[in-house]
Design a protein around this ligand. Structure first.
Ligand code: DC
Length: 339
């Protein structure tokens, strides 16, 4: 039987690379979400808004090795106020499934085109990135603006690290940490775009902000049992509330169906400066070189661990915040969310 699948994606710039990489991303998602193989594709009709003319999107399919399907590209009519820089597809496939079971794929800014077709669970905004990239500051502002709750997942790993420090558990020893997880109760309170975190009933929101706790958090975050416990808590939080959630694996692992995924980055020097300012405001003593070295070490650890390492989700918007003010980052993200 033949069925039709709709897809759309917005692209960042009118270049061959951008057109082809986004087209490939959209088609790969259509194939993956509908459990298809390349041979199931009979034909694809592509349309592109008139601001896209650096390449034919269809070429991306040939590059993916899809050589049998019939392809055609067309320019869309221009409707005032409609979405810009957008590529749409209508894919005809051979399948045993019914048309109503087809999963349509709307990515990046194109999610606004058919919110009725986009999974209801995808209200969430996922913000990932390395330490000091500005995630938490920006996520709080975005949450406030949208009326969502702000969920800081790093704080949960920090609370586990703090428990280990307070109870003389060697946090580099997986077995030792996993054996005490049953004694750790983490609860959260959310109000006005802020999160309070309690470790066994005690408010630890502020005391988990030291470099020592940050180091312990990075270590315990590599332990399977810890991730299992905290990711379950995070998934529940994301599905029961409208959240802006920040961390390292939110877009890739905790909420892969998030409506919008953001990856914030910044160079190490800038990130160290921001951390020092934060510590200074809290009256905590610091040494710039030590903070910069600590950030690099944590980057290394968070990016190279085996379980859910820090990586960019393939459908994330990457923003380098090195030379941007908080307000600029906030406005850029809100623009993406609002399409
Ligand atoms: O964002 P942060 O500095 O508060 O995070 C503390 C540590 O927790 C960080 O080094 C990596 C880990 N973490 C993680 O592995 N996964 C997350 N979703 C959030 C944080």
């Amino acid at each position: 039987m033949c069925c039709c699948i709709r897809g759309a994606i917005t692209i960042e710039e009118n270049t061959k690379e951008c057109i082809w990489s986004n087209t490939e991303l959209m088609l790969s998602e259509i194939i993956k979400r509908n459990s298809l193989s390349a041979e199931d594709i009979i034909s694809v009709v592509f349309t592109a808004t008139r601001d896209i003319d650096a390449a034919y999107p269809a070429v991306a399919l040939r590059k993916m090795g899809i050589t049998e399907a019939s392809l055609i590209c067309m320019q869309e009519m221009y409707v005032k106020g409609s979405l810009e820089m957008c590529i749409r597809v209508m894919v005809t496939v051979n399948t045993d499934k019914a048309q109503r079971d087809m999963e349509h794929v709307y990515l990046k800014g194109a999610v606004v085109l058919r919110p009725d077709l986009v999974n209801k669970k995808t209200e969430a905004v996922a913000i990932d990135g390395p330490a000091g990239s500005g995630k938490s500051t920006v996520a709080k502002l975005i949450a406030k603006e949208l009326g969502y709750i702000y969920a800081d997942t790093g704080a949960m790993y920090r609370a586990v690290g703090l428990y280990c420090i307070n109870n003389n558990i060697n946090y580099a020893d997986n077995n030792a940490v996993e054996s005490v997880l049953g004694n750790i109760d983490i609860s959260l309170e959310h109000s006005d775009g802020m999160q309070k975190i309690y470790l066994n009933g005690q408010d630890v929101t502020e005391i988990i902000r030291t470099p020592e706790v940050a180091d312990s958090a990075s270590k315990v975050a590599a332990i399977g049992g810890v991730r299992e416990m905290l990711v379950a808590l995070q998934k529940r939080l994301a599905h029961e509330n409208k959240v802006v959630m920040d961390g390292r694996d939110i877009g890739t692992n905790v909420i892969p169906d998030a409506r919008v995924k953001i990856y914030l980055d910044a160079n190490v020097n800038e990130r160290a400066k921001r951390r020092c300012k934060e510590l200074e405001e809290k009256g905590i003593a610091y040494n710039f070189d030590a903070i910069a070295a600590d950030i690099s070490k944590r980057d290394e650890y968070d990016k190279n661990r085996e379980l859910n390492p820090l990586t960019v989700a393939e459908d994330a918007h990457v923003i380098d915040t090195s030379d941007m003010s908080i307000d600029e980052v906030k406005d850029t993200i809100l623009k993406i969310i609002r399409g």
